[in-house]
Design a protein around this ligand. Structure first.
Ligand code: MLT
Length: 326
């Protein structure tokens, strides 16, 4: 075979592979899709994932199954998807932790900006400061004084270094210039169980994991971390109203492993956008204190832009706080 023949054969092979990829993408999906949630079942990220997955299943004509891979503040599950086959059958639903982990973990085994193909944003969830129901402080001002006076005698639950609850706790301790005793869990679901049971004093967690418990009187609530109060918790003051300089919203996104065919990403993006306009999703999100993003935000471009800017933002904050996982 001369050089020209070899080049022609290689081009035909490449064209053939590209063609078969296109054919596969056209048929996609032909089997169930797994969405990895990097926290325990029953927590806030899981709640968002299960609502979205059910509607995406209907649109895609295949089961979209949620798999909980908790541990290491979301980095175990994210790492699993980073190295999964890029065939559209393993996805990741993760939150703001995608942007904090690169600074918190000096030896993170994946790069959020390189190892994933973003599909789109989903929602931004307010956080709430809550405690076991017989916790002594009754207002946010009292809570701040209590934490300052009792420091490490106060126990603070979080879902591991890299979780939203850990981030909010870090911001709270920074704002009060006081350390609490932090207790890590594999997710905010089991953390909430222990707060309701009175084994742990408090947590700052997403409204998707606290609204029902606040409404049922199972936990004591002090503040919401958004600029405005929540419609379904109108008596709960904002952190700013209570004199606490702490504002945060927990954004969630959907990702595939890097290298996933662009046509598959486009199908998933369309299914995500459809799910976010579903009446059941909208009304359940509203009950839990959040709203889906617009179709323009449920896109790879919007998620890429936010991820990149948030990595830069949190790098400065985490380095100033000097908190690291390893
Ligand atoms: C967090 O704190 O990051 C989340 O609440 C974790 C979870 O979804 O369980």
């Amino acid at each position: 075979m001369n050089k020209n023949t070899v080049t022609l054969a290689a081009s035909m092979l490449a064209a053939g592979l590209a063609f078969s990829g296109t054919v596969l993408a056209q048929d996609y999906p032909t089997k169930p899709i797994t969405v990895v949630v990097p926290f325990s079942a029953g927590g806030p990220t899981d709640t968002v994932a299960r609502l979205i997955a059910e509607v995406m299943s209907q649109d895609l004509g295949q089961q979209v199954v949620v798999q909980n891979v908790g541990g290491a503040g979301g980095t175990l599950g994210a790492g699993q998807v980073a190295t999964a086959q890029a065939d559209g059958y393993t996805l990741l639903l993760h939150h703001i932790g995608m942007s904090t982990a690169p600074t918190l973990y000096r030896s993170l085994p994946y790069d959020p900006t390189v190892d994933f193909a973003p599909i789109g944003l989903i929602t931004s969830v307010p956080m709430t400061l809550v405690a076991k129901k017989d916790f002594e402080p009754t207002t946010l001002a009292e809570l701040m004084d209590y934490i300052k006076a009792n420091g490490e005698n106060v126990t603070y639950a979080h879902a591991g270094i890299g979780s939203a609850s850990q981030l909010c706790g870090m911001l709270l301790m920074d704002a009060l210039d006081t350390q609490m005793t932090t207790v890590p869990y594999q997710g905010a679901g089991p953390a909430m169980t222990d707060i309701i049971g009175g084994q742990i004093d408090m947590i700052c967690d997403q409204s998707t994991n606290t609204t029902s418990q606040i409404q049922a009187g199972e936990v004591k609530a002090y503040a919401v971390t958004t600029a405005a109060r929540l419609g379904n918790l109108p008596d709960l003051p904002t952190t700013a109203e209570g004199g606490l300089d702490l504002q945060i919203g927990v954004w969630h996104g959907l990702y595939a492993p890097a290298g996933t065919d662009a046509a598959i990403i486009t199908k998933l993006e369309a299914a995500l956008q459809k799910a976010l306009t579903d009446e059941t999703v909208i009304s359940r999100f509203a009950e839990l204190g959040t709203v889906p993003v617009t179709a323009a935000e449920a896109t790879p471009a919007a998620l890429t832009e936010l991820l990149t800017s948030q990595i830069a933002l949190w790098k400065g904050v985490i380095e100033a706080a000097g908190v690291y996982a390893d």
